[in-house]
Design a protein around this ligand. Sequence first.
Ligand code: SF4
Length: 206
Amino acid sequence: VDGAPMTAASIDHLSQHFPLCMRNLHMTLRKNGHLKHFGRLQYTLFLKGIGLSLDECIVFWRQAFRGFTESEFNSRYRYNIRHAYGDVGGDANRRNRGYPPYSCQKILNDNAPGTGQTHGCPYRHFSVDNLITLLQATGVHDKELLREVREDVEKTRYHIACNRVFEWVHKAEIKKVKEDGTWSQTDLDTIVHPNTYFKRSYLLKH
Ligand code: SF4
């Protein structure tokens, strides 16, 4: 992004473009200086998908984790990050590619988070009240919008809620690209992948 290589130091700033699932992981990581295994995996694969290199990803996690010595970090966490990037482990094919970043479908349906875990999709896995509090903490406060989000979630339309928030956050930019014809309707199709959310948000705001 921006033509310059993405670094560990860019992530705080870029997180304004993250969907709520990844925003929640990022905020929790900054608050606690730690994330549990499935949260790390979900977030690492997302970061890989937005273009963070393996080396920068290791720097990112090393700096974010508080209270670990270099050798503790290396023995507990470094291998898993490299594994997610396909740098170690797996068969020859997997080693080349690593694991793909998770789609919304996977995040919504696989492996629901238990107590103290942060992975998953807040639209699906949070209580409605906690979801609204989280949205407000990220600057989404429009009463009518939040009412619609509540309604979506109650009807288990999690994607719709996420796309509705995206459209609200980017309404000025969406109006502009529609009016000047730089984006077609296909460019604005329903988002079904967190990495699409990021990319579209970033492109609209730059
Ligand atoms: Fe993330 Fe998808 Fe849930 Fe949106 S709908 S918060 S992109 S998992």
